[in-house]
Design a protein around this ligand. Sequence first.
Ligand SMILES: NC(=O)c1ccc[n+]([C@@H]2O[C@H](COP(=O)([O-])OP(=O)(O)OC[C@H]3O[C@@H](n4cnc5c(N)ncnc54)[C@H](OP(=O)(O)O)[C@@H]3O)[C@@H](O)[C@H]2O)c1
Length: 242
Amino acid sequence: MADTRVALVTGGSRGIGAEITRQLVARRLNVVYTYRSGRREAAALAAELGPSACPAHFDLGDAASAEALVEAALSRWGRLDSLVLNAGMWQGGRLERVNPAVWASVIETNVVGSAQVARAALPALCGGDTASITVVSSAVGIVGFSGDTAYASAKAALVGFARSLAKEVARDGVRVNVLAPGFVATDMTAEIPERSRERILDDLVLRRPGTAQEVATAAVFLAEDATYCTGTVLSVDGGWTL
Ligand SMILES: NC(=O)c1ccc[n+]([C@@H]2O[C@H](COP(=O)([O-])OP(=O)(O)OC[C@H]3O[C@@H](n4cnc5c(N)ncnc54)[C@H](OP(=O)(O)O)[C@@H]3O)[C@@H](O)[C@H]2O)c1
């Protein structure tokens, strides 16, 4: 088996996931990163990062394709050491105004989709030396946010998922940790209405949004360096949850 560690990052075409991909490649890992609609952005990142970074199409709504995704990483590099479940979607709205089918799809996409990628990756991760799964949750899943019941439920569920999985796979040499970012300047937060942005900024002890780079550094720490952490929830949120 080749010596170079291999990571799979979901949602790597932009935002936090693209930054995690950059930092993992800078750490000399080979990385498969996924895109759904951002084919052009994913190709631009591949051109920027060179042969250590490989884009793959993946839709969290098509959980059945998770196995093909893991297979793509294995056939390209022969091993898998680190899985970063970063891909996610946000849909806001007060409970009474969100269509139940839309509400359920937020859970289905964010929770079921990510869990199926972890499920597909486990056989490869368990066969390695030291492996990790890093699940990207959110401060909103910890403190809640008015107008965000679906997204907050999904992100809270991911914490329970990760902490349970950490107990299931510790003996197989796999650490599972959670990253809980706060308010980060990406395309996702660009969709948030101005009034809500002001409410969030009021709650941030550090008085500013985080950057994708700051969050990615913490993700790489959990994935690659935090060898005595499993089941940890690391908040990177400017003091939002303080
Ligand atoms: N930004 C924040 O303030 C913040 C705070 C807390 C937590 N988070 C979490 O951090 C993660 C990354 O957020 P971000 O701000 O970087 O988001 P972003 O800029 O909107 O990027 C989202 C990424 O996920 C992919 N994606 C979206 N829906 C998908 C689906 N159904 N199937 C597969 N991939 C999908 C996108 O792919 P395409 O572009 O190719 O479609 C993109 O690569 C998410 O899990 C988010 O919930 C973000």
